[in-house]
Design a protein around this ligand. Structure first.
Ligand code: F6R
Length: 361
């Protein structure tokens, strides 16, 4: 049942305020400015002993893991990174007892992720899951974890589950942070930011008509560039994947700082750039990248907290705490991919060559 929407993708994008509300519900502890994660199965002493965090997932879940790693580094000050699960399992990784491994999966059935979990467990590692489907294979094989509570996701490409996974990582990062060195004041600041998300997501969804018009302007592109810096880079990666999957327009994502090391050669009017430009300590750096693109007559669509002078168009999103901004900045780009695919007449819920869960190697 699409509940009045033309596609499951549109329905699932629209459900995000409620979905985020669900992942937060019952978990916030205002008294200690932290969160409770019932199924984590990691006590405070163990949490203090973690030296590194390694996040593993595929596709969109890998991208959510990249944002998750950033959240864990900034809130819990534990070195963290995310890697495609398949790459990890094929390179005979060093499995380290002081590293916390986290498997991320919407379906909980992705074979490459499951195989990585099984190999890690066999070697005695502690592996947690950040999973949507309750009781799925990955949820069962992990030692504990955080359920994402996005509800069933039918469209082949992931939207609400991506957003909820990132929020689940914010909760985990806050929890680990408050056991380690995150102050009460910062805990409070993040909790207040998390609570603002559902209504701010609704606000972003209200700009759908404007995004639809922009999609029509850019739908003739043969290829698109997505750029972001630090927190913005995984947002660019995910937006680029979404556009490719459902519109079949070629897209790639680069860290903004890497432009000058090669891809700047591609910039011309026929290759538009989507730039993630949050109002944070990197704003001036990001503006400089826009200038470099403009100097080569590149068209720019910015996703930002304030109008960008160098951009041809700016999609404005509400500001949250710097750490949580990536969550909101991804949402208009789901709509951009959606409306681009719609303008091109694509089969949005069932893109060619793709399956909802990849249970083969
Ligand atoms: C992208 C998409 C895929 C999945 C990937 C992992 O929109 O849906 O990239 O994210 O196949 O799937 P899960 O999260 O079920 O392990």
């Amino acid at each position: 049942d699409m509940g009045g929407h033309d596609t499951y993708m549109h329905k699932e994008i629209s459900e995000q305020p409620d979905a985020v509300d669900r992942v937060l519900r019952g978990r916030i502890d205002d008294r200690f400015s932290t969160v409770h994660l019932g199924g984590l199965n990691l006590d405070a002493r163990e949490a203090r002993g973690i030296r590194r965090v390694k996040i593993l997932g595929c596709g969109t879940s890998y991208h959510a893991g990249l944002i998750g790693a950033g959240l864990i580094e900034s809130l819990a000050r534990i070195p963290a990174d995310s890697e495609p699960a398949s790459e990890f399992r094929y390179r005979n990784p060093v499995v380290d007892p002081d590293t916390l491994y986290i498997a991320v999966s919407q379906s909980g059935e992705t074979y490459d992720v499951l195989a990585a979990v099984q190999e890690l467990k066999r070697k005695g590692a502690r592996v947690l899951g950040v999973v949507n489907v309750v009781g799925s294979a990955i949820a069962r094989e992990t030692d504990g974890g955080v359920y994402v509570h996005a509800g069933p996701e039918v469209c082949v490409v992931s939207t609400k589950c991506f957003t909820n996974t990132v929020v689940a990582f914010a909760l985990l990062a806050l929890h680990l942070g408050r056991i380690r060195d995150l102050s009460v004041a910062d805990g409070k600041r993040i909790i207040e930011g998390l609570r603002r998300l559902p209504s701010q997501i609704s606000e972003v969804l209200e700009s759908e008509d404007e995004i639809k018009k922009l999609a029509a302007e850019y739908a003739d592109a043969k290829s698109m560039m997505f750029i972001g810096r630090v927190r913005g880079y995984p947002v660019a990666l995910e937006a680029s994947l979404k556009l490719k999957e459902i519109s079949y327009i070629h897209a790639e994502a680069y860290p903004a700082s890497e432009l000058k090391h090669g891809p700047l050669a591609l910039i011309e009017p026929a290759l538009p750039t989507v730039a993630i430009v949050p109002d944070d300590e990197l704003l001036e750096k990001n503006r400089a990248a826009l200038e470099e693109i403009k100097a080569r007559s590149g068209r720019i669509l910015a996703v930002a907290h304030q109008e960008q002078e160098k951009a041809d168009h700016t999609i404005l999103v509400p500001k949250n705490e710097d750490e949580l901004d990536p969550i909101l900045m991804g949402i208009p780009l789901q709509l951009l991919a959606y409306h681009t695919a719609l303008a091109l007449g694509r089969d949005i819920d069932k893109p060619r060559n793709l399956a909802k869960s990849v249970t083969v190697e």
